[in-house]
Design a protein around this ligand. Structure first.
Ligand code: IMP
Ligand code: MG
Length: 180
């Protein structure tokens, strides 16, 4: 197994716990929007796996779109500047929008995205994040649906990367002292 072979990776959240929590979050969304349509916007690339699992557990009419931003120059530290790399394909005016993020860290990316999406007049704009590291926050933003609150560790897997690697791990793992 890949994880067992890599000494620098330590499992933080097992795939079974992720599956269970994703179902709970989806149930909450299904209940909150009672029969309405929800439009999920995934923040590429980290949220793609969370969104794929989440949308299949939501028992409502759904549509999906993706947006891509870059905030991390490379490595583990945010550059502090957010750039839009790929915009949405379609208008969100009047829609129940749920922005789907992999992780809320400093909050810089989320506060930028909320600002540009709010200008497009959605009916509702909420945030679903698989992970939350509240201790790192620089901007006062929060998720409406949060999978797991985690300590200040750099994590990979289930969509999250380090230099584009590890997105395919089924568990969320702590990446310690990488040697590259
Ligand atoms: P923020 O703008 O600092 O909140 O950063 C958000 C983005 O940084 C996330 O969408 C991730 O792509 C990336 N990020 C933050 N923390 C981690 C981590 O622990 N592992 C992998 N990516 C992270
Ligand atoms: Mg990312």
């Amino acid at each position: 197994m890949l994880v067992a072979q890599q000494g620098k990776l330590k499992v933080l959240i097992r795939r079974s716990a992720i599956e269970k929590r994703v179902r709970e979050v989806a149930d909450e969304i299904t209940k909150d929007f009672k029969g309405d349509r929800v439009h999920l916007i995934g923040v590429l690339k980290g949220a793609c796996i969370f969104l794929s699992d989440l949308v299949r557990e939501i028992n409502l009419e759904t549509s999906i779109d993706f947006i891509a931003v870059s905030s991390y120059a490379k490595g583990k530290e945010s550059s502090g500047q957010v750039r839009l790399l790929k915009d949405l394909d379609s208008s969100i005016e009047g829609l129940n929008v749920i922005l789907v993020e992999d992780i809320l860290d400093t909050g810089l990316t989320l506060s930028y995205l909320l600002r540009i999406l709010q200008q497009r007049k959605p009916k509702v704009l909420r945030v679903a994040a698989l992970l939350d590291k509240p201790s790192r926050r620089l901007k006062q933003v929060q998720g409406d649906y949060v999978g797991f609150t985690i300590p200040n560790e750099f994590v990979v897997g289930y969509g999250l990367d380090y230099g584009e690697r590890y997105r395919n791990l089924k568990d969320v793992c702590i990446l310690g002292h990488p040697v590259d």
